[in-house]
Design a protein. Structure first.
Lengths: 106, 339
């Protein structure tokens, strides 16, 4: 299974294996990793699963669509590495992905 | 002051449906919601997104679901108190006193919290000094536009509110519209008008910029904005308007002495009562072993909580279980004519 590393804002790192087909958000929520709230449950409707994707990985992800880009306007301190984890589906290609949580969600 | 049998907090699908369940058993409810419209997340977050798991509705949208639920509670002529948040609850002699942010007071033996993930509130600026200047130079909504006449205004956001207010206020104020990226998510037509006004020198647009600091002692003098590639600019500013959309917050619910588990309220699944007698929690906000955050679960939870409310609202009466198909009493409450 692909391994995903979630780094909390404090620097605490969690590397876990996430099943293919789940979203990066679901990987965090199902493994009780703090820092990803996902208030709307994955509908790309709330921007509380926002992360900064590691610079090495940002261009390897599926392209951002306009709905996600619009929703990122609502995220806390978005930048060019920002993505919503509910919109990233885990595949073998993402083995080793590193994402960092913002100082807060919402 | 309004006396009622049940005060429902939250006008989402679960909050609306519980009004129907209460109405059927003869209980009167009043509903409070912080949004200015009925429907909760269904209306605010996904009015057009399809929902496929409402029993007997193969497909609906957040909007159509809300509309149908409102039709279903029509016989009960329920009052919705919108655009206000429940701030405080206190109990005296088995009656809860509930106070909202608009200073409306309700007296009820029962409170049903159907508040989802919390109330929708404007997302605020996250820069130092933003709190200090809130309502004294920084605003997240506009009550009286004339207050901004001849002012230097910096408007933040990329949606319809930001675009519409930038266009409107540019008629009589010096407006700078600032957004974190070059594309606006608001109506294309509005974005075009804004760009036209910019060409005519009637409006300034700064993209892709975000705020980094606010200057000023008693009032705001200027703000500093920074682009993603590091360009820094200073914008003389009297007022900041932030239109960053809404976020959901539990808010005052945290202060009511209820047991909490993360962002949820644990309940007894027999009646969906919280640790306080007469306070119930249903829908996404409640938690118990096996809880599913589905609208259909919220409907079931409301049906049980309603029956528990009956005991506290009508302590001297006996609750009778009846079906709407056969009970003349229930059909009477639904306003159906005798055949």
């Amino acid at each position: 299974m692909p391994k995903i590393t979630y780094i909390e804002h404090s620097g605490k790192s969690h590397s876990i294996e996430v099943e293919n087909g789940l979203t990066v958000m679901e990987g965090a929520v199902q493994n009780d990793i703090p820092g990803i709230d996902a208030d709307c449950g994955g509908a790309c409707a709330c921007a509380t699963c926002h992360v900064y994707v590691d610079a090495k990985w940002i261009n390897k992800l599926p392209k951002i669509d306009s709905a996600e880009e619009d929703m990122l306007d609502m995220a806390h301190e978005p930048n060019k590495f920002s993505r919503l984890t509910c919109q990233i589906t885990v595949t073998d290609k993402l083995n080793g992905l590193v994402v960092k949580m913002p100082s807060k969600q919402g | 002051m309004i006396k009622t049998d049940v005060l429902v907090i939250g006008a989402g699908p679960v909050g609306i449906f519980v009004v129907q369940q209460l109405g059927l058993i003869g209980l009167k409810a009043e509903v409070v919601d912080n949004l200015d419209k009925i429907g909760g997340q269904c209306i605010e977050l996904y009015p057009d997104k399809p929902i496929y798991d409402i029993p007997a509705l193969p497909e609906c949208t957040g909007e159509s679901l809300t509309k149908n639920l409102l039709t279903q509670i029509k016989p009960f002529k329920t009052n919705f108190h919108l655009d206000q948040r429940v701030e405080e609850i206190s109990k005296e002699k088995n009656i809860w006193k509930i106070t909202t942010s608009k200073k409306n007071i309700f007296l009820a033996p029962n409170i049903i919290i159907a508040a989802g993930v919390g109330s929708f509130e404007p997302r605020k600026l996250q820069v130092e000094g933003a709190e200090k200047f809130e309502n004294n130079g920084i605003y997240y909504s506009i009550k009286d536009k004339t207050a901004f006449k001849n002012k230097k205004i910096s408007i933040f956001g990329g949606g319809d509110s930001a675009l519409d207010w930038a266009i409107e206020l540019s008629k009589f104020a010096s407006v700078t519209l600032i957004h974190r990226r070059n594309e606006f998510r608001g109506a294309e037509h509005s974005a075009e008008i804004a760009k036209k006004l910019e060409k005519e020198g009637k409006l300034k647009i700064k993209t892709p910029f975000q705020i980094t600091s606010i200057e000023g002692e008693d009032k705001i003098n200027a703000i500093t904005i920074k682009s993603e590639d590091g360009k820094i600019e200073k914008v003389p500013t009297d007022c900041i308007l932030g239109f960053f959309g809404l976020i959901m917050k539990l808010g005052p619910i945290l202060e009511w002495g209820l047991n909490l588990d993360k962002k949820t309220i644990p309940v007894n699944t027999e009646n969906f009562q919280t640790n306080k007698e007469g306070v119930f929690a249903i829908g996404d906000i409640c938690s118990y072993p096996g809880k599913l955050k589905l609208i259909l679960s919220g409907f079931h939870e409301g049906a049980l909580a309603a029956r528990a409310c009956f005991k506290l609202a009508r302590p001297n009466e006996k609750y009778r279980f009846e079906f709407t198909t056969t009970s003349k009493t229930l059909q009477g409450r639904l306003g159906l004519k005798k055949k």
